[in-house]
Design a protein around this ligand. Structure first.
Ligand SMILES: Nc1nc(=O)c2c([nH]1)NC[C@@H]1CN(c3ccc(C(=O)N[C@@H](CCC(=O)O)C(=O)O)cc3)C=[N+]21
Ligand SMILES: [Mg+2]
Length: 296
């Protein structure tokens, strides 16, 4: 039976470390500021914003949510972002994805100051990530949180076959970049990957990261014996409960380690968002975070 990776517990450790760093910054008169822009009423985004507000407050991060109805104009949102770019109290800006169809999400992402781009979606930051550039820049929080989880579980990636399923800007593509940086051999599968190809890739994958949004997509019988399975899916079932993209019961029989949904990747995303916010605040004030995130 697989080890269940306790994302909730690892996220708690990370949030405690964030609180220590935020308290350090506060002695220098700095309170990390996070602005979240939420447009419309996507249920997954609402869970995220609710959990984030609670976690930010506890960690000493000053979070504010700016809500717009789904019919808000693009220019209104762009003006708000430009205002936040200039606001010295704001270190981090996040625009919840998805945004309504009449709003150009690429333009939104490119309007956020790269030094306040807490999601790491600005092309400048994505370019740095893909080019393995040195120096500090923000990286998308879900894949970064997954790397923190894997490190906590002492899962060595060098030379391993890693399979990422789903190629979103939120998860799949930055995940690909981080895994190859950790010296895994990485394959990126997506909606055009034929199902028999996916089966072959799964049979050979030591680490599987699934971020598609389709309950039951991956069954235990498709996994390599002893695989590490990271489930990023958030699917709401008819009874209101949440489930991932992996059939947990059958996967647990085959995998060496697996993340649950809820209580796996989701809490890590939120803790990592706060981690990145504190890092951006330190950057803005030219402060080195000493021994920042050891022993998470
Ligand atoms: N710009 C942007 N950045 C994001 O990172 C982003 C986004 N937009 N849009 C929406 C998705 C979704 N997302 C979640 C993160 C954590 C939970 C989370 O806390 N999940 C709990 C659920 C707890 C519960 O409700 O039971 C868990 O998995 O345990 C959920 C959803 C971030 N996203
Ligand atoms: Mg996809």
């Amino acid at each position: 039976m697989a080890v269940i990776i306790d994302g909730k517990a690892i996220a708690k450790r990370l949030r405690d470390a964030v609180a220590v760093q935020a308290a350090n910054l506060e002695t220098k008169g700095i309170i990390p500021g996070l602005a979240v822009i939420l447009i419309g009423d996507d249920p997954a985004s609402e869970i995220y914003v609710r959990n984030k507000e609670r976690a930010a407050q506890k960690a000493g991060v000053n979070a504010q949510t700016i809500k717009y109805t789904a019919d808000v104009s693009e220019v209104t949102v762009l003006m708000k972002i430009k205002e936040l770019n200039l606001d010295p109290k704001i270190d981090a800006i996040l625009v919840q994805s998805p945004v309504p169809a009449h709003i150009n999400e690429e333009l939104i992402q490119e309007t956020i100051d790269p030094s306040k781009d807490v999601d790491g979606f600005h092309p400048e930051n994505i370019g740095r990530l893909y080019a393995n550039r040195s120096g500090y820049y923000p990286v998308a929080n879900t894949p970064r949180g997954i790397m923190t989880m894997l490190a906590h579980e002492q899962i060595d990636l060098a030379g391993k076959n890693a399979l990422v399923v789903g190629r979103s800007i939120l998860v799949g593509r930055p995940m690909f970049a981080l895994l190859q940086q950790a010296n895994a051999t990485v394959t990126l599968a997506h909606r055009y990957t034929p199902s028999d190809t996916l089966m072959h890739l799964l049979a050979d994958a030591d680490v599987v990261i699934v971020a598609v949004g389709q309950a039951g997509l991956i069954q235990g019988t498709s996994l390599k014996d002893g695989a590490v399975v990271i489930d990023v899916g958030i699917n709401r079932l008819a009874d209101g409960s949440l489930t991932g993209d992996v059939d947990f019961a059958s996967a647990q029989e085959v995998a060496a380690a697996i993340t649950p949904v809820p209580g796996g990747v989701g809490p890590m995303t939120i803790a990592t968002l706060l981690q990145t916010t504190v890092e951006l605040a330190a950057q803005h004030h030219q402060i080195e975070l000493e021994q920042a995130w050891q022993n998470i």
